[in-house]
Design a protein around this ligand. Sequence first.
Ligand code: GSH
Length: 161
Amino acid sequence: RCEAVRMLLADQGQEWKEDVVTMDLWQKGELKKSCLFGQLPKFQDGDLTLYQSNAFLRHLARTYGLYGKDQREAALLDMVNDGVEDLRLKYIQLIYQNYISFADYNLVELMRNHLVLAAGCLASCPLLAAYVERVSARPHLRTYLESAAHRDRPINGNGKQ
Ligand SMILES: N[C@@H](CCC(=O)N[C@@H](CS)C(=O)NCC(=O)O)C(=O)O
């Protein structure tokens, strides 16, 4: 949420000071209570305190002349920035809530079965091989895949593998 602000400031030749909040401190709850919407980031410019990262960007855009040349351009820039926010919300959903679907488990299971038959069978498909590795390395899944419950279970009903 802060990186676009850092990028804007860096590109405008500005310096800034950061107070990095650790998870331990945040989980104590006192800081959260002090935040206007119960969330970070918080931005301070002199005696002006802001919450909401898009408000930081707009404030800096007004400060550094990055908000278009007139009200019409400002309206168009708001529209674009709101579109970026919509995209960011989808990205956040992907990363924090919907990172893997049921189809991934199904595909990875089938690919792993092929690897049992022929360990090098994905060698000519490096993206697919890396994907299977990546999904298989998810901590809970990895624990299960390495367990006897998984390793010792026959894959095919006719015993071939
Ligand atoms: N709309 C807010 C979203 C802020 C936000 O999602 N903050 C998260 C961290 S990126 C947060 O404080 N999470 C901890 C919590 O909600 O307790 C913004 O753009 O600044």
